[in-house]
Design a protein around this ligand. Structure first.
Ligand code: NAD
Ligand code: WQD
Length: 351
């Protein structure tokens, strides 16, 4: 059994599908602080298999320990955490508590339960302002905001853990910019309030929920003046987790970029979205967003060599799948009916 923290969230729901499709049993632990368990109902519909859901907080070490023991867990994929860069500057302590302390509690529960295989969701944000491009895993780590620093500290903590005990098998995944949705249109990103990220904002403009996209700067030193990012299809990203789990059959530690290796500008994204959706996406140029960099994209060579993994889906497919999700679910998961989970049959207590 694989324990997936944060499995009801955007990336977690897609990782749940990848694991289930690979025939693995999954127990999702999520406190639903930024998600809706309807996502897991949809995951089960997509896969035609049940998964176990436990409503629990990773900061609750006893609850996590009990779940690790109850389900005979062999490995943990750890996605639970707060992720909003701007919010992390407003309430940094909440980020350190939830992300850093939460991971410490999780690792402590795993140690007690003798579960020593862990895959951790880090972020390209740990690199900070690029000193060179494309970014390889050896690039210096200089995160520029509290959220990024929580990821950096967790990475360092996990390295120390592996150095102290060679039984640990740890995979650190530095995601670039995950976008898109499962091709069914049943699961996808469901941001609360005004989206922070580009693709959900563009999709809400295309569906008529917002008037226009404000492009944060058109005076960067890039071909069209707008920012360049490494957008990666969330399904490709989810598949990367399977490759890492496979790799961790051998002991040790692995830190790897999950990106496509190519960058696309904000304007390219908007034009591609318009082309695949057939909708117009009005925009206007505004000031640069503080903390943004001109360009950021991965060198994905190590992932290919070490894991045999590479992304496959194009920007057009990312936009088309994102649009299918947005147009079929204009209000996200809100309004969907709750599910009867296997958990109710198992009579396990809520965490
Ligand atoms: P998300 O908010 O959709 O998912 C995170 C999930 O974790 C949510 O379901 C939330 O309810 C849950 N959660 C949060 N704190 C918890 C806690 N203490 N206990 C139990 N559950 C908790 O975010 P996402 O986009 O799916 O991101 C998943 C992971 O990937 C995060 O760790 C994030 O930092 C990382 N990441 C995301 C991106 C991105 O752009 N989406 C990029 C790089 C890294
Ligand atoms: C992409 C581009 C913006 C919104 C963030 C986090 C990073 C990681 C991924 C978690 C930039 C521009 C955006 C808008 C715009 N998350 N933009 N108008 O900033 O590259 O990365 O998400 O780990 O840590 O920082 O992604 O989608 O916010 O922005 O012009 O309304 O779109 O300026 O050039 P970013 P993003």
């Amino acid at each position: 059994m694989i324990l997936l923290t944060g499995g009801a969230g955007y990336i977690g729901s897609h990782v749940s599908v990848a694991l289930s499709d690979a025939g693995l049993d999954v127990v999702v632990v999520d406190n639903l602080s930024n998600s809706n368990k309807a996502s897991l109902e949809r995951v089960q519909t997509i896969c035609g298999r049940s998964l176990v859901f436990r409503h629990a907080d990773i900061c609750n070490e006893e609850a996590v320990y009990e779940i690790l023991r109850a389900y005979d867990v062999s490995a943990v994929i750890h996605l639970a955490g707060f992720k909003a860069v701007g919010d992390s500057s407003v309430r940094p302590m909440a980020y350190y508590e939830n992300n850093v302390v939460g991971t410490m509690r999780l690792v402590s529960a795993m140690t007690r339960a003798s579960v020593k295989t862990l895959v951790f969701s880090s972020s390209a944000t740990v690199y900070g302002c690029p000193e060179y491009l494309p970014l390889d895993e050896k690039h210096p780590l200089k995160p520029t905001n509290p959220y990024g620093r929580t990821k950096f500290f967790i990475e360092e903590m996990l390295k120390d853990l592996c150095n102290s005990d060679p039984c640990w098998r740890v995979g650190i995944l530095r995601y670039f910019n995950p976008v898109g949705a499962h091709e069914s249109g049943l699961i996808g990103e469901d941001p609360v309030g005004i989206p922070n990220n580009l693709l959900p904002f563009v999709a809400q403009v295309a569906v008529g929920k917002r008037d226009k996209v404000l492009i944060f700067g058109n005076d960067y030193d890039t071909a069209d003046g707008t920012g360049i990012r490494d957008f990666i299809h969330v399904v490709d990203l989810a598949c990367g987790h399977l490759s890492v789990l496979n790799h961790l059959k051998q002991p040790g530690m692995l830190t790897v970029n999950l990106g496509t290796g190519s960058g696309n500008s904000v304007l390219e994204v908007i034009r591609t979205f318009e082309a695949v959706s057939g909708r117009s996406v009005p925009y206007e140029f505004g000031e640069r967003r503080p903390g943004d960099v001109a360009a950021c994209y991965a060198n994905p060579t190590f992932a290919r060599k070490a894991l045999g993994w590479k992304s496959r889906r194009s920007l057009a497919q990312m936009c088309a799948d994102h649009w299918r999700w947005q147009s079929q679910n204009p209000d996200g998961y809100r309004g969907t009916q709750p599910l009867q989970y296997r958990v109710s049959k198992l009579k396990v207590r809520a965490g």
